[in-house]
Design a binder for this molecule. Structure first.
Ligand SMILES: C[C@@]1(CC(=O)O)C2=NC(=C\c3[nH]c(c(CCC(=O)O)c3CC(=O)O)Cc3[nH]c(c(CC(=O)O)c3CCC(=O)O)/C=C3\N/C(=C\2)[C@@H](CCC(=O)O)[C@]3(C)CC(=O)O)/[C@H]1CCC(=O)O
Ligand SMILES: NC(=O)c1ccc[n+]([C@@H]2O[C@H](COP(=O)([O-])OP(=O)(O)OC[C@H]3O[C@@H](n4cnc5c(N)ncnc54)[C@H](O)[C@@H]3O)[C@@H](O)[C@H]2O)c1
Length: 212
């Protein structure tokens, strides 16, 4: 399986099933999409900004919900296999992506897996195990959390530098060398802790040195 990234901004995600797994998926997708959770019960769980709708569609009724909400992705997270099957069928018929939370192993096109995710926007890292060991994905996600910490501001700094170098018509090879020097500099990473402008000063110093 090959990880791809998908922007759900301005899209709808439908989660069928409001147990711990449905709640976790709802929190994930509600970050950037309109997320609707359909379930007869929700317990005392945290669903982020998702909209909660109390209903228990049977296998024959799931397609109505998909047609009504027109989601880009449907998550099948009920404890009822027949309902989860119907969710997958309805999603496919509507041309939506589907995430079966009750399945591991190989998948047909359009059937996607939700990986364990670490983010420091706009940077994101994802871990998956081909469905073999989700607990391992979770453990590795915890371990790489500290590696990713601070990468977001570094991405912002590099984006600014790339744009400036492009605007100044610096040729691609020199641009690449400059960006590589900045991202590899521990002084720049350290300066980022004091803010973007301090880091930019340090980056400019490094780039002048690589110029020679
Ligand atoms: C990463 C994460 C993302 C998320 O869900 O947000 C995620 N599972 C997480 C946790 C977790 N899941 C399970 C446990 C219990 C321990 C264990 O079994 O390992 C724990 C750990 C815990 O709860 O501590 C049990 C489980 N999971 C699946 C099944 C069904 C099956 O295997 O048939 C069963 C058995 C149910 C049963 O036995 O009845 C299926 C899937 N779970 C996936 C993702 C996809 C594969 C990802 C990969 O390739 O690794 C996949 C295929 C589909 C999908 O859901 O997209 C999230 C960690 C988030 C984080 O903390 O960062
Ligand atoms: N992907 C994962 O990480 C993961 C982890 C554990 C379990 N699972 C699988 O995902 C499924 C859900 O896990 P869980 O722990 O949240 O289960 P759960 O049994 O605690 O919750 C299931 C939820 O589905 C709701 N539901 C039942 N029938 C419904 C219907 N017709 N329409 C809408 N909602 C309905 C229930 O009210 C409940 O809120 C399990 O069956 C298991 O196979 C996946």
């Amino acid at each position: 399986m090959i990880p791809l990234l998908h922007d759900f901004t301005d899209e709808t995600v439908l989660v069928v099933g409001g147990g711990p797994v449905g709640a976790r998926k709802a929190r994930t997708f509600a970050r950037e999409s309109r997320t609707v959770v359909v379930s007869p019960a929700f317990g005392e769980r945290e669903f982020g900004d998702a909209e909660l709708v109390r209903a228990a569609p049977g296998p024959g009724e799931v397609a109505d919900w998909v047609d009504r909400l027109d989601p880009a992705l449907v998550v099948a997270a009920t404890s009822d296999e027949a309902v989860n099957e119907a969710v997958e069928r309805a999603a496919r018929e509507a041309g939506a992506l589907v995430n079966r939370a009750d399945r591991s192993g190989g998948r047909d096109a359009g059937s996607v897996v939700v990986p364990a995710t670490v983010r420091d926007d706009p940077v994101v890292a994802a871990v998956a195990t081909g469905g073999a060991a989700p607990a391992l994905s979770k453990e590795l996600r915890r371990r790489i959390e500290s590696e990713i910490d601070g990468a977001g501001p570094m991405a912002d700094l590099l984006a600014e530098i790339r744009a400036d170098l492009k605007a100044a018509n610096v040729d691609p090879t020199d641009r690449r060398d400059a960006v590589r020097a900045v991202v590899g500099s521990s002084a720049v990473w350290k300066a980022l802790q004091e803010g973007l402008s301090k880091a930019r000063q340090e980056a400019d110093r490094i780039m002048e040195a690589t110029d020679d």
